[in-house]
Design a protein around this ligand. Structure first.
Ligand code: ADP
Length: 456
């Protein structure tokens, strides 16, 4: 209870006592003075006793009201405690009780809200996508780690202008128009902060106490865009590769139909060209099929494969061609080692390496093969030739699909440009690696490393 109220109560009690005494004195005038004095004394004593009781009660009340006030003031504070109930029966007690209940509910609500907001913040901060929120003045209110990293922005972002964080006028324009129209919008744009990357931003209006803000999610689509490009290039390359033999087939068929069928001297040659082109189409189709199977993961069963056995089979297959081209096949150290994978695929990979080593060799050249065990329990397979070699600027690209150093020569020797790409796929699917070293005019060495397994 406030002291001014207390003072007013005391003043009122004194005034009441004085009025009572004066009235009594006046009313008891005709009574015996002794009796009158006794009545007045009793009245004063009763008034003093009542004042003492009132003082005591008011002190207790004051203390309880103060406690209630403190409890109400600290209702949302972290250390808010429910009031201690002194007299649950009276009105103040029920007020204390309901305040304690409200306080408990409020604390539950606040802690739920805190948890929820911390959870949201953690989700937004940890998202791989960038997240940015701006207020109605286009000042940044939130920006997660992914976006800060992509933009290269450092320091406090709260309250900073949008353009300072993401320096892209088109994005600024998008967010400004979403804020103005209330309609969501999308944009693809590039950021050159750390490494150049492409983003797709999706901006949505965000209701805020101060008006309409905007929240934007940024998807990093750099890899997707690159894949899209690879796919487009691949389709273009396939069409291009198919067009050449198809043009040959159509051209020579027309020539035959236009009268060359009667040209006894040349007609056989024309049919042979048509056949060669058809074979070429078949090779491209077969290689594309293998590649697509490898990429889709639809693979042959895994088995324990003898590397020496597979290489011997491969050498046997290319022996005739090597002889025709005057290339010697030399078996160096051929250890009996095993790897886990598809025998058919491995055979294909080694066959491609051996065929290249013969195709791109010189007359009287050599192809050396070796199977050894490395210190780190990996089988090392070497296929080395004494051929034309590969210029150093082409080396990083020869495993790409359809990449050929010398297109004319590759076509002439029946290459599809897909052989090494298949090799790399097969070896990588077996957890191995394939590397190449080459010197123009001297020769090329391919080395395949595969994890060794024990002999079955
Ligand atoms: P291709 O069907 O043309 O042989 P590959 O994918 O097998 O296709 O090889 C790609 C290109 O790499 C070849 O066209 C050739 O230019 C080069 N190349 C591959 N192996 C050798 C090698 N042993 N010696 C020289 N060049 C090679």
């Amino acid at each position: 209870m406030s002291s001014s109220l207390f003072r007013r109560l005391v003043a009122a009690a004194i005034a009441l006592l004085v009025v009572t005494l004066v009235s009594l004195n006046y009313a008891l005038a005709p009574v015996d003075p002794d009796i009158r004095a006794l009545v007045l004394e009793i009245t004063v004593a009763a008034a003093l006793a009542a004042a003492a009781v009132a003082l005591l009660v008011s002190r207790t009340l004051t203390a309880r009201v103060r406690r209630l006030k403190r409890a109400a003031e600290g209702l949302l504070g972290p250390e808010a405690q429910p009031g201690v109930l002194t007299d649950p029966g009276d009105d103040l007690g029920s007020l204390e009780r309901s305040l304690a209940g409200v306080s408990q509910e409020l604390r539950g609500l606040v802690s739920n809200l805190r948890f929820e907001s911390a959870r949201r913040e953690a989700i937004l901060s940890g998202m791989a996508e960038g997240v940015l929120a701006v207020d109605p003045d286009l000042k940044v209110t939130f920006c997660n780690q992914a976006l800060l990293h992509a933009t290269g922005f450092r320091g406090r972002y709260e309250g900073v202008g949008l353009l300072q964080v993401v320096r892209d006028p088109a994005l600024y324009e998008l967010i400004r128009s979403v804020r103005a129209s209330g309609e969501p919008g999308k944009l693809r744009f590039h950021l050159f902060a750390n490494v150049p990357r492409t983003f797709e931003a999706q901006a949505t209006p965000l209701a805020m106490p101060a008006g309409r803000g905007v929240i934007a999610i940024f998807h990093d689509i750099t890899d997707l865009e690159r894949l899209e490009q690879v796919r487009k290039d691949f389709v273009a390359n396939v069409s291009h590769e198919l067009r050449t033999p198809l043009a040959g087939i159509i051209g020579y068929s027309d020539t035959l139909l236009d009268g060359a069928l009667d040209d006894t001297e040349n007609r056989r040659k024309f049919v042979e060209i048509i056949r060669a082109n058809a074979v070429r189409l078949g090779s491209i189709a077969a290689d594309l099929l293998v590649l697509s199977e490898l990429e889709s993961g639809a693979d042959q069963e895994t088995e324990t494969v003898s590397v020496r056995g597979v290489l011997e089979d491969g050498l046997l297959t290319v022996e005739g061609e090597a002889r025709d081209r005057g290339v010697r096949l030399i078996r160096e150290d051929m250890q009996d080692l095993y790897v886990a994978g598809s025998r058919l695929r491995l055979e294909q990979a080694f066959l491609n390496l051996l065929a290249n080593a013969i195709k791109f060799n010189r007359p009287d050249g050599e192809v050396r093969v070796r199977v050894t065990l490395n210190d780190d329990a990996r089988v090392a397979i070497m296929v080395a030739d004494t051929g034309v070699g590969i210029p150093s600027q082409d080396l990083p690209r020869i495993f790409e699909r359809f990449y050929r150093v010398d297109k004319a020569r590759s076509r002439q020797v029946g290459g599809t440009g897909l052989g090494l790409s298949i090799v790399r796929h097969v070896i990588e699917r077996m957890n191995g690696t394939v590397t190449v070293e080459s010197q123009v005019g001297k020769g090329t060495t391919f080395q395949v490393l595969l994890p060794a397994v024990t002999k079955p």
